[in-house]
Design a protein around this ligand. Structure first.
Ligand SMILES: Cc1cc2nc3c(=O)[nH]c(=O)nc-3n(C[C@H](O)[C@H](O)[C@H](O)COP(=O)(O)OP(=O)(O)OC[C@H]3O[C@@H](n4cnc5c(N)ncnc54)[C@H](O)[C@@H]3O)c2cc1C
Length: 485
């Protein structure tokens, strides 16, 4: 764990929002032929790379390839970020950035990502003007909603001693499962069955809570890869059971982080409202079809759009139908997130001193989670009663909804793991590369960044930014980072 002091002040929070210039992210242009041709005119003599999808993987691939390629980054939405979906929310008369998607990271689970933040200046406690990283306690409550009581509360472990002991043991099983390099094809159900813990803890608390962490129902969670889930957080559990866990966030949201990373690129044109609908290859060069027309030529393309979209492009080309059938193996579930100021997800609604950063409410065997944003952004104004909650299958929505997002979430089953392994065999085929979390078997900023690094090592092997990241990892004592399945 990195013990650097982090800035947590509201001043920085507001500064972060101001740095992003209001509600929308900047420096991207809606795709049109006129704009694209003007941009291409300046770069027509260089090597041309198209990157499709501006999530963490696409942005990182752009940043890492920037020094050697002229890059067009195509994004179907009106803004960059993908699942790094940072939104501006008005609360108590002020605007703040919050994440309606990925939010948390930690040096032990995200060493590459944290090194990237250091490299671009977003994590630098010595430079307050730039640093946007915020450290918060990693507290957790699990609540029985029908009984209106806590069954576990990490701020008050003495309330439920038996559950707390089981929880402590679980954290060490989870850590060791990763450290032992366990098989990604073991399902969550199989792993939980194997644990020497009480049946009540395993099936009435742990399983529903972990389904909430992924954002799906219990039946879906049982079939998910245990390694894939645990990889996202288990190494952040302290080895010493008495030590408190922490987590990191960004004052400008993880989407804000991506915008800062893109702003450091010199040779990247970011095109929004630029959904790719098909691919063509003519005389060794690639062309991208979009609603605004066909764009190209490109020497190489990086596909960072989720497989559920990309599979259609490959099924229409005679020489890529095998790729299409691999991409067809990835599965998703629907999920919905809200930001709201109603403590409806909590028990003890009048006792915010018991609220934890993550709160899991179990009812009828299913569980939905709620992040108490006031527990992270401790300088929020008012009573800090602000939440980010999963609301996919909830009977009643909370009141005072300030922002909302419905999306498809990867469902990483053993089938998806096998597809991730297979897609790697096609890297570079006919000038097509794949980056994004789906190539890694886990759903994490770290994974998407790693996937981009792997592609960039081939497309831009002498990238000074790759060298810089390696140097930073080595300073952290990490000489070989490997998430290959
Ligand atoms: C709710 C939620 C919470 C999460 N929490 C965390 C967390 O706390 N910490 C963490 O590290 N990770 C978290 N993750 C995981 C993390 O967000 C992802 O692993 C990562 O952001 C994936 O990045 P990506 O580039 O692979 O894909 P994406 O973010 O999916 O990006 C793909 C991009 O492609 C674009 N696209 C799609 N179709 C087209 C097209 N036809 N043409 C052009 N563009 C297209 C999409 O709009 C999108 O912008 C979370 C994920 C979710 C969903």
């Amino acid at each position: 764990m990195n013990n650097n002091k982090v800035n947590a002040g509201r001043r920085n929070f507001l500064k972060g929002a101001a740095a992003l210039g209001g509600a929308t992210l900047t420096t991207s242009t809606t795709l049109s032929h006129a704009a694209w041709e003007a941009a291409r005119e300046k770069t027509k003599d260089g090597k041309q790379l198209a990157i499709i999808g501006s999530g963490m993987g696409g942005v990182a691939a752009s940043w890492l390839c920037d020094s050697d390629w002229n890059i067009d980054l195509f994004e179907s939405r009106h803004k960059i970020g993908g699942h790094c979906d940072s939104v501006s929310v008005e609360y108590e008369g002020e605007h703040f950035y919050f994440d309606l998607g990925a939010e948390f990271f930690h040096p032990d689970t995200h060493p590459l990502y944290v090194s990237l933040l250091e490299e671009v200046g977003l994590f630098n406690p010595d430079n307050e003007a730039m640093d946007q990283t915020l450290e918060a306690p990693g507290s957790l409550s699990i609540m029985a909603m029908d009984k209106d009581r806590y069954t576990f509360n990490s701020k008050n472990t003495h309330w439920n001693i038996f559950t707390s002991i089981n929880f402590g043991l679980y954290t060490q099983y989870a850590r060791n499962f990763i450290l032992d390099d366990s098989d990604y094809e073991i399902t969550l159900e199989e792993w939980i069955d194997s644990l020497a813990l009480s049946r009540y803890f395993k099936y009435d608390l742990l399983l529903p809570w972990m389904s909430a962490l992924i954002g799906c129902n219990v039946a879906q969670a049982k079939k998910a890869s245990a390694r894939s889930i645990l990889q996202t957080f288990a190494l952040a559990y302290p080895q010493n059971l008495c030590a408190g866990a922490t987590t990191m966030n960004s004052n400008i949201g993880l989407g804000g982080n991506l915008q800062v990373i893109l702003d450091q690129c010199e040779n990247v044109n970011v095109w929004t409202n630029a959904g790719v609908t098909g691919l063509q290859k003519e005389q060794g060069q690639w062309y991208l079809e979009t609603e605004a027309g066909t764009f190209g030529p490109y020497d190489q393309i990086v596909v960072n759009a989720p497989p559920r979209f990309a599979k259609n492009w490959f099924s229409e080309l005679p020489f890529t139908t095998e790729i299409a059938s691999i991409l067809d193996q990835f599965e998703y579930f629907r999920a919905r997130l809200l930001i709201h100021s109603d403590p409806a997800y909590m028990v003890e609604t009048d006792s915010p001193q018991y609220w934890c950063v993550y709160n899991a409410g179990i009812k009828d065997g299913e569980c939905e989670g709620s992040v108490w944003l006031g527990g992270i952004h401790t300088d929020l104004p008012g009573d800090q009663s602000l939440f980010k909650s999963w609301a996919t299958d909830r009977d009643h929505d909370p009141q005072n909804i300030l922002a909302e997002r419905t999306f498809f979430h990867p469902w990483i089953t053993p089938q998806a793991i096998r597809a991730s392994r297979e897609i790697r065999n096609w890297q570079g085929y006919e000038g097509i590369w794949f980056s994004g979390q789906f190539t890694t078997g886990m759903d994490l900023q770290e994974a998407a960044l790693y996937s981009a690094l792997k592609v960039a090592e081939q497309l831009n092997p002498y990238s000074p930014r790759i060298t810089a990241l390696r140097n930073r990892l080595s300073e952290r004592g990490i000489t070989d980072i490997n998430y290959d399945l």
